[in-house]
Design a protein around this ligand. Structure first.
Ligand code: ADP
Ligand code: MG
Length: 737
């Protein structure tokens, strides 16, 4: 009888790419994307066609200038949304929100409602009012609140975010109108990831506009943060995934001997995309286009069966909603192709993990990218000022930025010579380093006019084109006209790091504005000189955060320590440091989070870490006890009897190769049992009254112990009859065609 593992292996090898019903032209070719892009989105184009002019203008003014939304506008938008959604086959609507679980949540309500006619008859009608659009009350007592809610006021409410358009989600048998929403407690505290992001966008806009006014850009009305996130993921065959309890429960392999072939040939990255995978990508992209998600790039990543998608960048709030949606669609569409889309940061040991590089910048309402070097001296001075803002943001707030990308999953990736280190530094490239250093030496201060002229005319414009010296080992790299925050993990809701980064920039802007005001008060006539002087100071104060070298090297760790940069190697360390008031005060100061909301997020983060590592430990214990040990015992029986037979034939059992095999198997078993016993003791001794202490135990003791147990199991995997090993092996999962 073939083992389930081996029969799955055969099934997998026979799978064919799946085709789907894509829209086609009369000649049979795929219809162009432009013919269906955004079809499932109630976007501004549709709203302009359907809304009365004055209502549309009122909505626009809310979106552009934050003017308050009236009940009347909400009522009219709701009725248009209902007509459109129902005509597209939607039966239900839902407020779609992002609780602190990191996932999305939804509770569906039917449009159908009972109505009593004048004659007293009961009728069912499709209804959807402005107040239903505006606000909803999910029974949300089981979403994490980080202790902000006591059970007697367990419920919160969700509130429509008009800046992110409504969209239709398709089930097998119908559609649902999704309303992007914020999630707030009855006392007005944010219980989600969207609200703080929206607040950070607001404060950045205000602070950046004020700063721009001061340096002479008086026409700018608002400033947006922009985001384009490169999403990495793995695909694992669905049947193989199902045979691995570690994948099913903990979303990663907790055991698995290295495959002789892994990523050493460097042949996968940008290689041709396997046919089954390409078919999946095509269908996923089709779904995303209909949802208005501008996915643009697809390619293989470094590790086998690892891939990437990247969109065209958008305003950070929309881009984040779109990324959350893209993760969801990727997971759903993958199943149709008999894949599981694994978004975990480190599904396989020994090969690269997955990140989500967040490309971030700031743009004015006139569409000027503030991190884009310009053509005039003024534009370039402004560019240097915003570069300084970013360096200051990272330097001043590196601790909380580090926390914002922490988590049990990403800990397995950061600092592992495949992903940026846990030390936050910024890379700006040779040219900018040269300019910054000259500025710091005071050359510019002596002759700012000349300095500006030189930069404006000859130096900066070539910068955007010169992307070649980019540094893949830096967690925060300038790439010509944006920063790439590379430490973000693939499964994260990137609203968290984007909120912290945006708030950090807003905070840096606020301080720089005050300092510039003082200089201008002292000498109102020489504005540019005052700006150059401020930049000289800021570049000097933040010099420690700039690092151009190899972020993976051991030298950098000691160099960073000398520079006083924090090296927070895991989540418990990042949490503990972030909890210090001086490190997170800027979040409160900028109004992005209240103190209560900050504390709640740290509580949720500790709780999630604790649950995740505990789950992994329990899953590994189960895996070892019920899959690995029995397989080794069977092998020991076979090898043992062969040993006895050989011994009888030779007249002695001592010292034979068989003897060594038996002892190795037996020693492996002992090691496993001993390791499991120690893991169980650690679990039993976890101090649940002090979550941070429990997290430290899990990070400092449990994780290394799990590593030991896994190593023992991996060695045994290589000694057990292949036919009897129950778990799909790395070499089988990683080389699916
Ligand atoms: P590369 O491929 O060299 O990394 P791309 O220009 O393809 O650079 O950008 C990668 C990601 O960065 C894409 O999602 C892109 O839309 C995004 N991006 C480009 N410009 C900006 C910007 N100004 N703000 C935010 N994201 C941006
Ligand atoms: Mg990139």
């Amino acid at each position: 009888m073939t083992s389930p593992r081996n029969s799955v292996r055969l099934d997998v090898s026979a799978r064919q790419p799946r085709t789907f019903d894509a829209p086609r032209l009369p000649d049979g070719h795929r219809a162009p994307v432009s013919s269906y892009f955004g079809r499932h989105v109630l976007d501004l184009i549709k709203l302009r066609e359907k809304l009365p002019r004055d209502v549309y203008n009122a909505l626009l003014s809310t979106l552009r200038h934050n003017s308050p939304l009236t009940r009347e506008v909400a009522d009219t938008v709701a009725s248009v949304a209902r007509d459109w959604a129902v005509s597209q086959g939607a039966t239900h609507f839902t407020h779609w929100f992002q609780p602190m679980t990191g996932l999305t949540a939804e509770k569906h309500d039917s449009f159908a409602d009972l109505n009593v006619t004048m004659a007293g008859e009961l009728r069912v009608l499709e209804k959807f009012s402005g107040s239903q659009l505006w606000q909803s009350e999910p029974d949300a007592s089981s979403f994490p609140s980080g202790g902000m809610r006591s059970t007697f006021e367990a419920r919160g409410y969700t509130a429509w975010d008009p800046s992110s358009p409504m969209f239709l989600v398709e089930g097998a048998n119908g559609r649902t109108l999704c309303i992007p929403s914020a999630y707030i407690s009855y006392h007005g505290h944010s219980l989600d990831h969207k609200t703080p992001l929206l607040r950070s966008i607001d404060v950045l806009s205000r602070n950046a506009t004020a700063f721009l006014k001061l340096i002479g850009d008086v026409d700018v009305k608002s400033v947006a943060a922009t985001l384009g996130c490169e999403q990495e993921y793995f695909l694992v065959d669905r049947a193989q995934h199902a045979l691995r309890p570690d994948f099913v429960l903990a979303e990663r392999t907790l055991q698995g001997a290295a495959s002789a072939r892994h990523q050493q040939f460097e042949d996968h990255y940008f290689g041709s995309i396997p046919a089954r995978v390409l078919a999946f990508m095509e269908e996923m992209e089709y779904e995303l286009y209909r949802l208005g998600v501008p996915v643009r790039t697809r390619h293989n990543e470094v590790a086998p069966m690892q891939f990437e998608m990247a969109p065209i960048f958008e305003d950070v709030n929309l881009a984040n909603d779109h990324n959350v949606l893209a993760m969801d669609v990727a997971r759903r569409v993958a199943l149709r192709h008999d894949f599981v889309c694994v978004l975990h940061e480190k599904p396989f040991a020994g090969i690269n993990g997955s990140g989500k590089h967040c490309n971030w910048s700031m743009a004015t309402d006139r569409g000027e990218n503030l991190l884009e070097p310009g053509k005039t001296p003024h534009q370039n001075l402004r560019f240097l000022a915003f570069l300084a803002v970013c360096l200051k943001a990272v330097y001043d707030h590196s601790v909380v930025l580090r926390w914002s990308v922490s988590g049990a999953n990403n800990d397995l990736r950061l600092g592992a010579n495949e992903a940026p280190p846990a030390i936050l530094s910024a890379f700006v490239g040779d040219q900018l380093t040269g300019i910054i250093e000259r500025l710091m030496k005071g050359e510019a201060a002596k002759d700012p006019e000349h300095f500006m002229l030189e930069m404006g005319v000859s130096k900066l414009p070539t910068l955007a084109k010169d992307n070649t010296d980019r540094n893949r080992t830096s967690p925060f790299a300038f790439t010509g006209n944006k920063f790439e925050f590379r430490a973000v993990g693939s499964s994260q809701n990137c609203a968290v790091p984007m909120t912290v980064l945006t708030a950090a920039a807003a905070d840096a802007l606020s301080e720089m504005t005050e300092r510039l005001k003082k200089k201008l008060n002292a000498d109102p006539k020489h504005r540019d000189q005052a700006v150059v002087e401020l930049l000289r100071e800021v570049f000097t104060e933040t010099a420690a955060v700039r690092f151009e070298g190899n972020g993976y090297s051991e030298d950098w760790k000691s160099e960073a320590a000398k520079r006083g940069l924090p090296n927070l190697t895991d989540t418990p360390a990042a949490l503990e440091a972030s909890m210090k008031p001086e490190n997170h005060a800027f979040l409160v100061r900028t109004g992005v989070l209240s103190q209560l909301e900050v504390d709640a997020r740290f509580n949720v983060s500790a709780e999630r870490y604790l649950k995740q590592v505990t789950l992994e430990a329990e899953t590994l214990i189960d895996l070892v006890n019920t899959a690995v040990i029995p397989a080794v015992e069977r092998q020991l029986g076979v090898t043992g009897s062969a040993w006895r037979v050989m011994g009888e034939a030779a007249g002695s059992l001592k010292g034979s190769a068989y003897g060594k095999r038996v002892s190795a198997l037996a020693a492996g078993l002992e090691a496993l049992q001993d390791g499991v016993a120690r893991m169980q003791a650690l679990l039993a001794g976890l101090h649940h009254g002090d979550e941070l202490a429990a997290c430290r135990t899990l990070g400092g003791k449990m994780r290394p112990l799990m590593h030991e147990v896994r190593a023992a199991a991996d060695q045994l995997e290589a000694m057990v009859d292949d036919e009897h090993w129950p778990l799909p092996k790395y070499r089988e999962m990683l080389f699916v065609k």
